[in-house]
Design a protein around this ligand. Sequence first.
Ligand code: FNR
Length: 184
Amino acid sequence: MTNAKIAVVVGSLRAGSFNRKLSHAVVRLAPPDLSFSDVRIDDLPLYNQDDDDRPAVASVARLRNQIRDCDGVLFVTPEYNRSVPGGLKNAIDHGSRPYGHNVWASKPAGIIGISPGKMGTSMAQQHLRNILASVDMPTLALPEVFLQADDKIFDSAGNVAANTQQFLRSWITRFHDWVQQHKR
Ligand code: FNR
């Protein structure tokens, strides 16, 4: 498969985030023809439609450029109150406006997540699929990646357990293929 640039959006802002750790573990498992860049969302202002007529502030311009420049987007998100964290929704809203300048449009997406709960972010992912459909992102449907953050999932170096590695490698192959199919 040919090279592809993947922008990684992590829905958690906290320092010890399981989802950030998972994003790093996935990057380590990925083949060298996939390159990854982290998308910062913690310094974005709250989206306000009144700002659509003004030049974007630096953090918003950075987000928009980074998404414009990528071939695909990997969302790695926790579940907050059975949906996506507000910070992630805020970032998606920023990228979707001003009207007619939606940077997410046509970018292939993948979603994975990890939670201490047994449902492993499934509700958040389902909500995220709805949001991504509305910003015109073709999103890989299967396999779904709902991981539970038990005490065995990460080793001390942040690598996931062997059986999870195997599963994630096969997911990455599917995602890579998905990005190639939709790459522009
Ligand atoms: C949570 N958590 C949580 N977990 C879950 O499985 N379903 C849920 O609906 C919620 N709701 C929720 C709301 C809020 C405001 C917080 C702060 C947390 C727990 C959550 O999965 C846990 O804190 C994870 O560790 C968050 O992900 P990171 O930050 O570790 O990536």
